[in-house]
Design a protein around this ligand. Structure first.
Ligand code: PMV
Length: 360
């Protein structure tokens, strides 16, 4: 697929007012996307687990408007109008208008809510942008009068990517690849695709418990963070490493080798942070409690034969990844040792999920 192929033919139908609702989950990258080219093209391929419980629910109401000059919309979060969300959505609309030209013909009311606390450091942009992209796709489907959903998922992912890169990995589950990789046929820089190969039972219902270490505002926005990979002294090697790590994961998923999985996932998390520490300007996004938790995980693995490991996003929170059969063991460990390092003792238990759902 090329970008051009996502430009629709003139719509067959006109539609009056209506609304549509989608819920879409967050995702957690195992091989990280960090660095991008123009038009939200990733500098390297990434792969993520789609989450299940952490999601955004978005209702998009639309009504035809007179003049198709500007975008017209309002945004609500948990019932409260949010003018400060508008610039991000305006940018999103500008990027996607050539692919969904009807967005100039309607006034939209976007009502959104999250199952997790906003600004908890859980990427609401991935779930939020993917939910909105799916709502827009449902409206377009009506306008096309399409019975069959050809390319619906692919285009939803394509649009979501233009809102927030990692959002393109939230449409489907349970493992999604985004970015061209030579060993993964049909992988694309333009949208996420379901991981196409065999996955060992060890990874079924994999658990993700998110320890909320610091719920403060992000120190660096993702846009700035990705930008710092331009002219970064280690960028070339890092992008190469991401290709190698994704290639290595293919065999790990097949064989269920959890030791090798841990090595790649933890190294990816620390590399992401190392890139931030070695950019100019430089940032340390971990907090003392992030390191306390990491050290305790390593000690716990030495003492028990647990296969618990961690990953990090561009922030201080820690995602604990572990096989389903370790749920009791790990939850004891969290309560006894880790909860003390969480802000207000807060953490969220989630697990791998299967992507977005249309509600109405
Ligand atoms: O989707 P963005 O632009 O917010 O970037 C997210 C990047 C990371 O979460 C740090 C890594 C990833 O691949 O999700």
């Amino acid at each position: 697929m090329t970008e051009q192929e996502f430009i629709p033919k003139p719509y067959k139908k006109t539609i009056e007012s209506g609304s549509v609702t989608w819920e879409s989950p967050s995702n957690i990258a195992l091989v990280k996307y960090w660095g991008k080219k123009e038009n939200q093209i990733p500098a390297n391929p990434s792969i993520s687990f789609t989450l299940s419980g952490c999601k955004t629910i978005t209702r998009l109401s639309y009504s035809p408007k007179e003049s198709p000059d500007d975008f017209s919309f309002e945004v609500f979060l948990e019932g409260e109008i949010k003018p400060d969300f508008k610039p991000k959505i305006e940018t999103f609309f500008k990027r996607i208008v050539q692919y969904v030209p009807f967005i100039k013909d309607y006034h939209f009311k976007i009502e959104t809510s999250n199952t997790f606390p906003h600004s908890s450091g859980i990427a609401s942009s991935a779930s939020g942008m993917s939910a909105l992209a799916l709502c827009l796709m449902s409206v377009e489907k009506e306008l096309k009068g399409d019975k069959f959903e050809t390319c619906f998922t692919q285009k939803a992912s394509f649009l979501a990517r233009l809102g927030s890169g990692s959002a393109c990995r939230s449409i489907e589950g349970d493992l999604v690849v985004w970015g061209t990789h030579q060993e993964i046929e049909n992988s694309s820089d333009l949208f996420g695709v379901k991981y196409p190969f065999e996955v060992h039972n060890n990874f079924k219902n994999y658990q993700d418990t998110i320890l909320l270490v610091d719920k403060g505002e992000k120190q660096v926005s993702s846009t700035v963070g990705h930008g710092l990979m331009h002219n970064h002294p280690f960028a070339g090697e890092r992008f190469k490493q991401a290709h190698e790590n994704l290639a290595a994961l293919i065999n790990i998923f097949k064989t269920g080798n959890l030791e090798a999985f841990i090595d790649i996932v933890e190294s990816e998390a620390l590399t992401l942070h190392a890139m931030m520490m070695t950019s100019m300007p430089y940032f340390v996004l971990m907090k003392p409690n992030t390191l306390e938790i990491i050290n305790k995980i390593w000690a716990f693995r030495k003492e028990t034969d647990s296969k618990l490991c961690f990953t990090l996003d561009a922030g201080a929170n820690v995602h604990l990844l572990y096989p389903e059969k370790e749920t009791v063991l790990v939850s004891e460990f969290i309560k006894n040792e880790l909860v003390a390092h969480c802000q207000n003792g807060q953490y969220i238990c989630d697990q791998i999920g299967f992507g977005a759902n249309k509600i109405v």
